[in-house]
Design a protein around this ligand. Structure first.
Ligand code: ADP
Ligand code: MG
Length: 393
């Protein structure tokens, strides 16, 4: 059964009624630009074909009643009571089951944004084919699907950026996850055969055609299926090092530096902080270079930039792990044009840019190498740049 059908079936099961409509939003993969978002920098993600669906029917009450194929519970909240549920106090868990905080949190954020709008009760059923926790942002996909559904049903008239901001607010303040806005923007602004170049400071954005399919290329996701225990602490430490580096160099954020500032930074900063700074500064430049290469030379020209991004995260930012390095090195040895870890690090997924003809050999090589190293078998699958949110029926 497709995820679209699963959302409809779940709604019928718990309400006995057919949906008034089904809306969906995609997951995303970050092509390049890692740990640059919270430094006000540049990112280049693309929305993927895998999507999350929200089937919705009016229930004639003042309540939101929410279910997902991801969990067993039916979660009910009065629309007017959402202000007593959220925000979730920093450091604590949401007052509702965590998965439902993504849904109800979006409703809460949208109501805060549009306090004058009528917001009648709805039954909502969620289903998805975005793998959860693989670094493909199932969180932005569920937020996006709910945001576009509510924007329509509640006649809010908000644009894509406003809906992305509501998703981020839900994730930060309702779920309690301190993430940037890249994922929501990538999902909301997805276009077929294009990536989204986003300036995380101004939120200016534009579509950059990737041309992968026309060039006979494919992006493979290699999900290592490991998440190391120190990922949360490690993320926080990198965040703090970036802030310290910016403060020490007298800039508002690392975005304000270019590669020409690095010699001075090397003199002023201690060695560890300098390497964190160098990753962010060079990564911002690599994003700009990738956009230029895609535009002027085509997608085959970006392979080395992807690989350089990985080396920087491995050596300077120190957020890679043996599984990710093995995925990258093996994919390249088997013919990938470039490869890098993607996402926060300490586990999760790598991506490899490969000729479509080489994809089977790369897949077989990576699997074999993982087996030889005693790693868990990775999950490997292609992703392609796809459209953003839409109404499916
Ligand atoms: P990622 O976004 O990388 O997949 P996150 O930890 O940011 O991982 O988000 C995953 C969480 O989002 C899940 O643990 C769950 O709480 C919520 N979620 C994602 N997809 C769904 C879904 N289809 N139904 C309910 N909750 C979901
Ligand atoms: Mg997420």
């Amino acid at each position: 059964m497709t995820a679209l059908d699963a959302a409809r079936a779940l709604l019928v099961e718990f309400t006995g009624r057919e949906p008034d409509g089904i809306w969906s939003a995609p997951g995303r993969v970050n092509l390049i630009g890692e740990h640059t978002d919270y430094n006000d920098g540049f990112v280049l993600p693309f929305a993927i074909e895998q999507r999350t669906y929200a089937a919705v029917v009016r229930n004639g009450t003042g309540e939101l009643r929410v279910r997902s194929t991801f969990a067993d519970d039916l979660v009910v909240a009065g629309v007017d009571d959402l202000d007593t549920v959220f925000p979730t106090p920093p450091g604590s868990t949401p007052r509702v089951p965590e998965w439902s905080a993504y849904v109800l949190g979006v409703a809460w954020a949208l109501r805060a944004r549009c306090p004058e709008s009528a917001t009648p009760g709805l039954d909502i059923a969620i289903a998805s084919d975005v793998p959860v926790g693989a670094g493909l942002s199932s969180s932005a996909a569920i937020e996006g699907a709910v945001a576009v559904a509510l924007n329509d049903r509640w006649e809010l008239g908000l644009d894509a950026v406003a809906l992305a901001q509501a998703g981020r607010r839900a994730e930060n303040e309702a779920v309690g996850a301190p993430t940037g806005i890249m994922d929501q923007m990538a999902s909301m602004l997805g276009r077929a055969d294009a990536a989204t170049f986003l300036d995380c400071r101004s939120l200016e954005h534009r579509s950059v055609p990737t041309g992968f399919a026309a060039a006979g290329l494919e992006v493979l996701v290699i999900d290592t299926r490991v998440q190391h225990a120190h990922s949360t602490g490690g993320y926080r430490e990198r965040h703090a090092a970036c802030e310290l580096g910016a403060r020490s160099l007298g800039v508002a954020s690392l975005r304000d530096l270019t590669v020409h500032d690095l010699p001075r930074a090397a003199q002023l900063l201690d060695a560890d902080v300098f390497r964190r700074v160098r990753h962010v500064v060079t990564e911002n430049q690599r994003v700009l270079d990738t956009v230029a290469a895609l535009t002027e030379q085509g997608p085959r020209a970006i392979g080395e930039l992807l690989t350089a991004s990985h080396s920087s995260m491995r050596d300077d930012f120190e957020i890679s792990v043996p599984e990710l390095d093995t995925a990258v090195d093996t994919a390249r040895a088997a013919g990938a044009l470039g490869a890098r870890m993607t996402g926060g690090g300490f586990g999760g997924s790598a991506i490899a840019l490969v000729s479509r003809d080489d994809a089977p050999a790369v897949t077989v090589s990576v699997r074999a190498r993982f087996a030889a190293a005693g790693f868990r078998p990775p999950t490997i699958f292609p992703v392609s740049p796809s459209v953003g949110p839409r109404r499916d029926c």
